[in-house]
Write a protein that binds this ligand. Structure first.
Ligand SMILES: NC(=O)C1=CN([C@@H]2O[C@H](COP(=O)(O)OP(=O)(O)OC[C@H]3O[C@@H](n4cnc5c(N)ncnc54)[C@H](OP(=O)(O)O)[C@@H]3O)[C@@H](O)[C@H]2O)C=CC1
Ligand SMILES: C=C(O[C@H]1[C@H](O)[C@@H](CO)O[C@H](OP(=O)(O)OP(=O)(O)OC[C@H]2O[C@@H](n3ccc(=O)[nH]c3=O)[C@H](O)[C@@H]2O)[C@@H]1NC(C)=O)C(=O)O
Length: 355
C-alpha cells in the first residue's frame, strides 16, 4: 500500500541529530509525531553486550534493555539506560542520577499506552515496580503507583466495594491510570481518588488532595505539571456495594467480546471526539478500515480503535497506519482524530509537546 506522509521527514539521518546536552531531565512523551522515524536504520545503541552501572543500590543497564519488552504493543529498540525501582526512595535516587548526569528520563508502568521507536530511546527508562497495597480502613486503599490497576479493580470488588469495576481488564498501573485518568463504562479513575503522593523534579515528596487537582476525559493536572517527576502512590476511597463483583464480571465479559484482548495492542489509539456523539471506533469502522494493514500493523477486525501488532510491526508501520487512519477519517468525515497513545521519540529532549 502506498502511503503519503502528512508530516515532514526532516530527520532522516539520526546520527546527525544527536541531542545537544540536555538542560531538562524530564523527558515528556509527545502527543504525536510530526517527524518520520528513519526507515531501515539500526538502533542507536548496540545491544550486544550488557553493561551495568551501580549507583546508590540501583543497577542501571546500558544499551541492552529492549523497549518492546516493556510495552504491550511489543514495539521498540534498546534504551540507553534502564533501571527498575521498587520503592519511592529508589525512584528518587534514579531521578537524582539522571539529573546529576543530565540524562533525559521517563517513568513508565506497564507500557500499555506507549509507542516506542525501533531506534530505541536515548535516555533512561525508569520502570515503576512500586507495588505495595495498604488497606487504610474499609474501602480505603493506598496503592503504590506500580500496583496493577487491574488487580486493584478486582480485589476491591471482591471485598465488596464499588468504584473500580471498570479497571478489570485494563493492563496499566495505578500511576498510569491516574496520569491518564483511565476510564471505561461510565467510570473514571479520578472519581474515586482521595489523594495522590508525588515526587517532584526537585526531589521532594508531596501529597496532593483530589480537590486541588483537575481531571477530564483522559486528562489530568499531571500532564501539565512542570515539576512532576512521578506519581508514587494513590489513595482511593470506595463505597460499599453488594453488586460490584457481579457488575465487574459483566464488564469483563463485554470487554472480552468487543476488544482484541489476546492481541498486542495499546488499547484505544485515538480519543473519542468530544461532543460529536460518535466514537473514534465508529468513524474508523465506517471509513472501511477494519483489517487494513501496513507491514505488521493492522486495524483490528474486532474493534476499529485498536491497532494491533501481528508480531512483526515496526514502529514506522504503526506510525504509518496511525497517519493513514487519521487521513482517511478526515477526508471522509472531516473529523481530526487525536491520539490517546503516547509516542516516544528516540532523540528528542524537549519540555512539552502541544497536545
Ligand atoms: N481503558 C482501557 O481499556 C485501557 C486503558 N489504558 C490506559 O493507559 C494507562 C497506561 O498505564 P500504564 O501502562 O501503567 O502506563 P504507561 O507505562 O503506558 O505510561 C504512560 C505514561 O503515563 C505516565 N506515567 C505512567 N506511570 C506514571 C507514574 N507513576 N507517574 C507519573 N506518570 C506516569 C508517563 O508519562 P510521562 O511520559 O509524562 O512520564 C508515561 O509515559 C492505563 O492505566 C489506562 O489509562 C491502556 C490500555 C487499555
Ligand atoms: C480501550 C480503552 O478504553 C475504551 C473502553 O475500554 C471502552 C469501554 O467502556 O470505552 C471506550 O471505547 P469506545 O468508545 O470505542 O467504546 P465501545 O463501546 O467499544 O464502542 C463505542 C461505539 O463504537 C461502535 N464501534 C465499536 C467498535 C467498532 O469496531 N466499530 C464500531 O462501530 C460501537 O458499536 C459503539 O456504538 C474507551 N475508549 C476511549 C477512546 O474512550 C482505552 O482507553 O485504551
Amino acid at each position: 500500500m502506498e502511503i503519503n506522509f502528512p508530516f515532514s521527514t526532516s530527520r532522516q539521518n539520526p546520527s546527525l541529530m544527536l541531542p545537544t546536552p540536555p538542560t531538562l531531565t524530564k523527558m515528556a512523551s509527545m502527543a504525536f509525531p510530526v517527524v518520520q522515524s528513519p526507515r531501515n536504520s539500526t538502533p542507536i545503541f548496540s545491544s550486544n553486550k550488557e553493561q551495568t552501572q551501580n549507583w546508590n543500590a540501583l543497577k542501571f543497564v546500558r544499551g541492552k534493555k529492549l523497549l518492546k519488552d516493556l510495552s504491550t504493543w511489543g514495539i521498540g529498540g534498546p534504551c540507553n539506560y534502564f533501571v527498575q525501582v521498587f520503592h519511592q526512595t529508589h525512584l528518587l535516587s534514579a531521578i537524582r542520577y539522571c539529573r546529576e548526569f543530565s540524562i533525559p528520563y521517563v517513568v513508565i508502568g506497564k507500557g500499555s499506552n506507549c509507542l516506542f521507536d525501533d531506534l530505541g530511546f536515548d535516555g533512561c527508562v525508569i520502570l515503576n515496580q512500586i507495588d505495595f497495597l495498604e488497606r487504610m480502613e474499609p474501602g480505603v486503599y493506598r496503592a503504590g503507583s506500580g500496583f496493577r490497576f487491574n488487580h486493584l479493580g478486582s480485589l476491591s470488588c471482591n471485598e465488596g466495594f464499588t468504584g473500580l469495576e471498570f479497571a478489570a481488564g485494563i493492563p496499566g498501573t495505578v500511576g498510569g491510570a491516574t496520569y491518564m485518568n483511565a476510564g471505561a463504562n461510565g467510570q473514571e479513575t479520578a472519581n474515586v481518588i482521595e489523594s495522590i503522593d508525588i515526587v517532584t523534579t526537585e526531589g521532594n515528596f508531596r501529597t496532593l488532595n483530589r480537590i486541588d487537582l483537575t481531571f477530564g476525559y483522559r486528562s489530568s493536572s499531571f500532564q501539565d505539571m512542570d515539576n512532576l517527576a512521578a506519581i508514587v502512590a494513590v489513595t482511593f476511597r470506595l463505597e460499599h456495594s453488594g453488586s460490584a463483583k457481579k457488575r465487574q464480571q459483566e464488564l469483563l465479559k463485554r470487554r472480552r467480546a468487543t476488544q482484541p484482548v489476546n492481541e498486542r495492542s495499546a488499547g484505544s489509539v485515538f480519543r473519542n471526539p468530544v461532543n460529536l456523539g460518535v466514537s473514534a471506533a465508529e468513524l474508523i469502522d465506517k471509513a472501511g478500515l477494519k483489517g487494513c494493514s501496513i507491514g505488521g500493523a493492522m486495524v483490528s477486525n474486532i474493534h476499529a480503535n485498536f491497532l494491533v501488532n501481528n508480531g512483526a510491526s515496526t514502529s514506522q508501520d504503526m506510525l504509518n497506519l496511525i497517519a493513514l487512519v487519521k487521513d482517511k477519517v478526515h477526508s471522509k468525515f472531516g473529523v481530526e482524530l487525536e491520539e490517546e497513545v503516547l509516542y516516544f521519540h528516540p532523540y528528542w529532549n524537549y519540555a512539552k509537546w502541544e497536545r
